[in-house]
Design a protein around this ligand. Sequence first.
Ligand SMILES: Cc1cc2nc3c(=O)[nH]c(=O)nc-3n(C[C@H](O)[C@H](O)[C@H](O)COP(=O)(O)OP(=O)(O)OC[C@H]3O[C@@H](n4cnc5c(N)ncnc54)[C@H](O)[C@@H]3O)c2cc1C
Length: 425
Amino acid sequence: MADTSIYETAFAGRPRYPRPASIAKADVAVIGGGLTGISAALTLAEAGFRVAVFEAGRIGTGGSGRNGGHLCQGWSSDFSKISRQLSSEDADIAWQTGMEAVDLVTSRIAAHGIDCDLRFGYLHAALHDRQMRDLDAEQAEWESRGYGHFTRLEGSAAMAAHIDSTAYVGALHDTGCGHIQPLKYLHGLAAAASRAGAMICEESPVRAIRRGRVKTLVLGDGSEMSAGTVLLCGNAYLADVALPEMKARLAPVTSSVLATKPLSNNMARQLLPTGAAVADCNAALNYYRIDAENRMIFGGRASYSNVEFGNVEGDLRRRMAQVFPILADVEAEQVWSGRIGITVNRIPHFGRSDDGIYFVQGFSGHGVALSGQAGKIMAEAVIGDATRFDVMSSLRHMPFPGGPLRTPALALGMAWFKLRDRLKI
Ligand SMILES: Cc1cc2nc3c(=O)[nH]c(=O)nc-3n(C[C@H](O)[C@H](O)[C@H](O)COP(=O)(O)OP(=O)(O)OC[C@H]3O[C@@H](n4cnc5c(N)ncnc54)[C@H](O)[C@@H]3O)c2cc1C
C-alpha cells in the first residue's frame, strides 16, 4: 500500500513531538494521535487535566493525515437510523451534536489561528434519478430539522455553474460543508493542545494495557506509565489494545487517493468554478476537490476485501477521466491509500468500560469533522458532563457477520451495492 500522502510531502517540516523522558503518570492517557485523540487532548488540557497522547507513528499517520479533506456536516448515516433508536429529546441532542461538528472545526481554526486552506462549498452529486430522489429525501429531512444550506441543482445548466462534467443528473449544493488540508489542521490542533499543556508523544506505540482502577500502559520500548482514564482513539489503525466489544463491530476498508500535479488557474476554474468539493452517491463513491495549490485530489476505489488488487493509480485515473475526460493524461504527483473504519450502520461506535476506558470508532469515511467532535464528547464525559457521550453510546451496534472472516463477508455484501450502482437502480 502506498503510504505517504501529499499532505505529508508538502508539509515535510511539520513539528515533531518526541516523548518527554519524564512521563510516568497522567490523569488521562490518549492512544492515537489523529483528530479524535488530539481533539480530546486539547479539550482535556484546556480543562486543566494532565493528559498524555501516545501515537505509534507521527501525528496524522492514520486516516487523519491521509484523507480526502472533505469537511462534512452531520452523521455518516441516514439520520433516521439514529433517531428511531432514541427519544425525541435524545434524537435532538444527537442531531445537534452532528451538526456542530463543522462549527467546531471553524471555531478552532479561528481560536488557534490555524492555516489549513479552509474553503466552503460542497456538491452531493447524483449519477442517476434514484440517487436524485435519495438526495431529495435527505434535503426534506435535513430542512425539517432546520438545516438551511442546501440548494437543489437539476439538469446540465444548473450543474454547469459548479462543475464541468456531464457525469451527473443533479446535486445538492451545500454551503455548510467544504474542504481543508487535513494534516495542517491536525497539526494546528496539536500545537494548541501542546500549548495548553498536553504531552504529545510520537513514535510511542502502546502494546498493552494492564487494567484496574489505575491503568498501566506498556509502551513499545518496554517502559510503562499509569493513568486513571484511557481513551482509545486508534479507529481503523488501533493495534494491540482494542476492547473485545470493539473488534467485531469495526471493519477496516482501504480507500485510495490520487493528487495530480497543480493544474493551471484556468483549468481549475473551468473544472470546479465555485471551488466546491464533490462526492457522488455511489456505495463505492468518488470524492474529489481542487486544493489550494490547484491539485485535483481525487479519492475513491474502496477495497472491502483489503486486498490491494490491480493498479491503484490506473484505476483512480480511469475514474477521474470518466468525470473529467480532459484530465485523462494529466500527470499524477502522488497516490496513497489509507484505512477507513466502518460500522454496520455507518454510525460511529462510542462506548466505555466499567473501569474507565473510553472509545470511539467507525466514522465510516466521514470523520474529518466528526472525529474532532467525538474526541471532544469523550473528553467532556471524562471532565464530568456525559450527556452527549451517553446518548451516542446508547446506540446499538451489530457485529459484522463472519467473525474473523468479516472482511470477505463485507466484500460480498458490498458487491451487491456496487452492482446496484452500476445498474443505476
Ligand atoms: C483515504 C481516506 C480518505 C478519507 N477521506 C475522508 C474525507 O474526505 N472526509 C471525511 O470526513 N473523512 C474521510 N476519511 C475518514 C477520516 O480520515 C477518519 O474518519 C478520521 O481521520 C479518523 O480519525 P481518528 O483520529 O479517529 O483516527 P486516525 O486518524 O486513524 O488516528 C488513529 C491513530 O492511532 C494510532 N494508533 C493506533 N494504535 C495505536 C497504539 N496501540 N499505540 C499508539 N498509537 C496507536 C495510529 O498510528 C493512528 O495515527 C478518509 C479516510 C481515509 C483513510
